[in-house]
Each structure stands twice: as structure tokens, then as C-alpha cells.
Design a binder for this molecule. Structure first.
Ligand code: ZN
Length: 442
């Protein structure tokens, strides 16, 4: 079956002015200006009303937080007291809650044009030991491509940590479960729909020996490593107090200054730190909405890119960016980065971070681009809402006029969103069930 997505209004990709041909799970042909397809096609999708993008890649999230959006408990707090206020609320999550939270987050992402998501799950209260298995099942059911990161926290309030006692786990349990889920679910092959990564919540949330142990296990099983680092200025002080080392020296000391690693936030690093992280190929996930909401600062993304670090975008958990919308993340990052770097930051930069950049953070070159041989992960947006009327540059209009809902989304060659709705999903029933489950998080 060869499908020609024909004559899009605009396309984010070179040499595909007349569209692309999808066969099976991949893009097999780009149709350039004035050209026709090289070989006959079986079907055509007329895309004259659509802007065609590679599917967006969300490089950081916490799905469980969709049950605690716009929560009054965190409304007036900085990061650390915000975490202290919300951990006991998030700790109420049971297996059914996580299943619903995951399903809603994945649906939101798909509807926003996202085709690959990384979720950082770090909450393991009793009864939620199979959290990673639940996320894998839900992603498979919706046909979403994922990197599920197996998180970890070791220190609870009992040991001077932030989360309550019942959500942390011993290092041996963490290591054993990391190995279990990687062996069960991780597929490193090109075109893979499911990958696993290992992700301590932060370097101060776990015992130091767990960090090199996870790095060794990750190298052995060929999975990636992820953590939060330096969202707020205080973290450097925590790191020195906890480990006697500044954050980049700490990463180096535990085997994490490596191209296998991508970091969430990375707001507060100095020039020397950025050069070292870039030279090592550490990926950076910029989370503009959460950094604005928690008044954390502005990630220096151009400096990271100039230093050689891949830069991607994420939406972050729904307690600090309350909607899981990747196209809104494009707009947020564009506007925030203009505040730091001025007019040299363009909508195409933000779209590059949201596609190719995020793919690189996840260690992939088979998604995030429109190219022959790439996976057929696509997002198509219409520009017929009032907010786009009069727009001169259709690609820039997505970010500047505030696109937020894709009309069509394809993952691995299959339409998963048609006419702005997830195929085969009773959305009203899902939202009713999710809202009901969210009541106990009040
Ligand atoms: Zn996060």
C-alpha cells in the first residue's frame, strides 16, 4: 500500500513540496516541486488544507500528574515546597489511576501532533510496582511510540528527603526492576515503538552508588539515562552539600557525563558547564512552561546547541504545565527563548527542537524528520480557524498564531487521529472516568 500525502499547504522538510509517499511504516519518497511520484501509488490523501510536519517528540513528562492539574496546593510555591506539598497528593495514585492518567496524557499528546513521548515515572507506592508495565500497555493500545523511563527515589521525609516514605524504594529493588522492564520491553532496533530508559528523579533523590550502578546497567542493556538537573539555582548548592561536587563534576564522577544521557530543565549551568555537557553530547530537554510556572529561569538552549548538545522540548508533568500539548510547547519555548536571545530565535528553531532535537535526546535518527527511510510519523494541521486567518507563512503560523490541535496524526504508517479525533476512542467516556478518579486527589 503506497499512500501519497499530496500537495500540502506547506511542509517542514526539504524537497517535499508536492508531498510524500508512505509505504508500510516508512516514508519512501519525497515529491519535489513540479514532480510526480516516481512509481504509481495506491491511494492519495489531498493535503491542500494541511501543514505537514514530522510528528512532534515530547522528551519529558509525568503522566500521573494529569490527575492533579491546576491544584491549589501548589499554586503559590517555589519548586521545593511545591514538591513537598504535592508528593503526598501524587502518592495516592493506584494502578487504575495511573492507567487513566496515562491514557489521558497520551490522548492529549496525540491530539497536539505528538507521535513519540518519553514519560518519567518515579512514583512507586505499594500497589504501583508495575507502573512501567501499565504505561507500556496503554501506549501500545493507542499506537503511540514511547520511551518509558523507569524512575527512582531513595530518600523519603524519614531521611530528610522530599517525598513521603511510601513512594520510595530500596536501590536493589530499583536495579532489579530496571533490568526486568528493559529485558521485557526495550527494543533498540530502528523503527522501535517501545524503549526503556533509567531515570533517578534527581541526583539528590537517590543514594550516590545507584547512579554508577544504573550507568553500568544502561551500558550493558543499551538503554538511555535521564534525570532532572538544575531547574532552580539552589540545586547546585544541594549537590555540593549532598555529594561535595558541583553538578557537572558529579555527573562525571558517576559515569553520567555521556551521550547516553539527556537532562530535563538544565536552566542553571555556567559557560564551562555548558561546554562540558555539549562536548559529552548530553541531551537537553527544554521545558519552557514548567520553568515559567515555577519561575525557575530560562534554559540557555542556543548555548547548548552551539556547544554540541542535542536540544529537545517536553511538556513536563501536568502539575507544572497543566496541559500536555506539544504544539503549545513549541510556542512557549519560542516566546521564552526570544526573551533570552532576541529575534534570532525563529519558529523553525522551536519546531526543530520539537522534532529532530527531541528525537536526538531519545537517541533516535529514524523519527523527527521528513526524509526517505524515516518512520512515517506525521502531524497535519489545518489553518482554517479564525486565529490563522491572514497568516502569510503557514509554518511560522503554527507557532505564532497558537496551533494546538492536529487534524490528522500518523504513527508508524497508521492514522491515529482523523478529523481531530483519536481513532476508536470514546473520549467522553474516558474523560468522565478520569475526572471521577481525580476526585480523591483534591
Ligand atoms: Zn519533570
Amino acid at each position: 500500500m503506497r499512500l501519497w500525502i499530496k500537495d500540502p499547504l506547506a511542509v517542514l522538510g526539504e524537497g517535499a513540496e508536492r508531498g510524500i509517499v508512505v509505504e508500510g511504516t516508512r516514508i519512501v519518497e519525497l515529491v519535489g516541486r513540479g514532480a510526480a511520484t516516481a512509481t504509481p501509488v495506491d491511494a492519495t490523501f489531498e493535503a491542500g488544507d494541511h501543514v505537514l510536519l514530522p510528528g512532534l517528540v515530547n522528551a519529558h513528562h509525568h503522566f500521573y500528574q494529569t490527575l492533579a492539574r491546576a491544584h491549589p496546593a501548589g499554586m503559590r510555591l517555589d519548586l521545593v515546597p511545591w514538591l513537598v506539598a504535592l508528593y503526598p497528593i501524587w502518592a495516592r495514585t493506584n494502578a487504575r489511576d495511573l492507567r487513566l492518567a496515562t491514557r489521558v496524557a497520551l490522548v492529549e499528546l496525540l491530539l497536539s501532533g505528538c507521535t513519540t513521548a518519553a514519560d518519567h515515572h518515579n512514583l512507586f507506592p505499594p500497589g504501583l510496582e508495575n507502573a512501567i508495565d501499565i504505561e507500556v500497555e496503554e501506549a501500545r493500545a493507542l499506537g503511540m511510540r514511547m520511551t518509558v523511563t523507569r524512575g527512582a527515589m531513595s530518600f523519603s521525609t524519614k531521611d530528610g528527603g522530599l517525598p513521603p516514605e511510601n513512594v520510595v524504594q530500596d536501590d536493589e529493588i530499583v536495579l532489579a526492576d530496571c533490568e526486568r522492564v528493559a529485558r521485557l520491553y526495550h527494543n533498540p532496533a530502528p523503527g522501535s515503538m517501545m524503549r526503556i530508559a533509567f531515570a533517578p528523579c534527581s541526583p539528590f533523590a537517590v543514594h550516590k552508588p545507584l547512579m554508577p550502578a544504573l550507568a553500568e546497567l544502561a551500558a550493558r542493556l543499551d538503554v538511555r539515562l535521564h534525570t532532572h538537573l538544575c531547574q532552580v539555582e539552589d540545586e547546585e548548592r544541594f549537590c555540593v552539600a549532598a555529594h561535595g561536587l558541583r553538578p557537572v563534576d558529579f555527573l562525571d564522577s558517576v559515569g553520567w557525563l555521556s551521550a547516553r544521557v539527556w537532562l530535563a530543565h538544565a536552566v542553571h549551568f555556567n559557560g564551562e558547564d555548558i561546554a562540558r555537557l555539549g562536548a559529552a553530547g548530553v541531551g537537553i530537554c527544554h521545558l519552557a512552561a514548567a520553568d515559567m510556572w515555577l519561575a525557575a529561569g530560562i534554559c540557555p538552549v542556543h548555548d547548548f546547541e552551539a556547544a554540541g548538545a542535542p536540544v529537545g522540548l517536553g511538556v513536563d508533568g501536568a502539575s507544572s504545565n497543566d496541559s500536555s500539548n506539544m504544539m503549545e510547547a513549541v510556542r512557549h519555548s519560542l516566546l521564552l527563548q526570544r526573551l533570552r536571545y532576541g529575534p534570532r530565535v525563529t519558529p523553525r528553531d522551536a519546531l526543530r527542537w520539537a522534532t529532530e532535537g527531541g528525537a536526538k535526546c531519545l537517541g533516535r535518527d529514524d523519527i523527527g524528520i521528513i526524509a526517505v527511510g524515516a518512520e512515517a510519523d506525521l502531524a497535519l494541521f489545518r489553518l482554517d480557524a479564525p486565529r490563522f486567518s491572514g497568516a502569510q507563512d503557514p509554518i511560522a503560523a503554527l507557532a505564532l498564531c497558537g496551533a494546538h490541535r492536529a487534524d490528522r496524526v500518523m504513527v508508524k504508517g497508521e492514522w491515529r487521529v482523523i478529523d481531530g479525533a483519536v481513532v476508536g476512542l470514546d473520549l467522553a467516556a474516558l474523560l468522565a472516568e478520569h475526572a471521577q478518579a481525580a476526585r480523591k486527589f483534591a
